[in-house]
Design a protein around this ligand. Sequence first.
Ligand code: AMP
Length: 308
Amino acid sequence: MSKLVIVGTVAFDAIETPFGKTDKILGGAATFIGLAASQFDVDSAVVSVVGGDFPQAYLDLLKDRHIDISGIEMVKNGKTFFWSGRYHNDMNSRDTLATELNVLADFNPVVPQNYRDAEIVMLGNLHPAVQIGVLDQMDKKPKLAILDTMNFWMDNALDTLHEVIKRIDVITINDEEARQLTGEYSLAVAAKKIQNMGPKYVVIKKGEHGALLFNGGNAFFAPALPLEEVFDPTGAGDTFAGGFAGYIAKTGDTSFENIKNAVIYGSTLASFCVEKFGTERMLSLSQDEIAKRLKQFKDLTQFEIQLT
Ligand code: AMP
């Protein structure tokens, strides 16, 4: 089993969907990633920052799942990162209503000493300069560095984002963001262009339409399960990334065949995340439920056809 370092926001979210609305609840990229990865019982640490307004009970939720939180700095007189979004009726697109960086604006990440030799690094969504700061602190180049990002950073820190993209092995990005990053409409062409920027593996997430994996001449597609209830898609991308990274950390195998399985695990875990608001579903998820859904995934995509 490999050690896993996770960096990303630990946040307050306020969410509106056609089904309801929340006040400030627990959110953040690193929160969703950590919860998903914890399903694999890996040795993981979250590096992030929160303000003095962040409840200890939220940090305890991570600690209870054996996630090392010594790399989560608390700025007593600061406010926690806050994000608010409203989903459209199709639940596939959303408007960001607010992004308040607060303590994230001056954050200098510190990777705990005993995680600087981690083989797997999951650079979750936050300022690319912070993502670079984490890579710089690792003792040696990790076996696999995975990056997730979003349009906000393309709009606000594109040059720095390009610098970190050069240094990673896997990027997970959604379809619209892949198009924005490359200026290409075709996702196959966009994936090629992104591979030329650095990462060997490009994972393009397409929400309810599944995820595509590109690696050199190889491609793989995983559908999303056709769910009867999608309640709140917030954190689905991060949960995908956490499932992906957690599975690789557990298996230690970075071959294309195994990365395909990581995409399946990521998709499976993300399919739970959307069933309730925020982190609620991920907090009550059992191994049995995951196993059942993996089987559903397999059944959904298997067929026998006679080729003449
Ligand atoms: P996802 O739905 O997977 O894109 O992730 C939503 C989560 O990302 C929410 O919990 C937010 O707190 C967090 N988030 C939203 N905007 C940003 C941003 N610009 N940087 C880092 N995290 C963000």
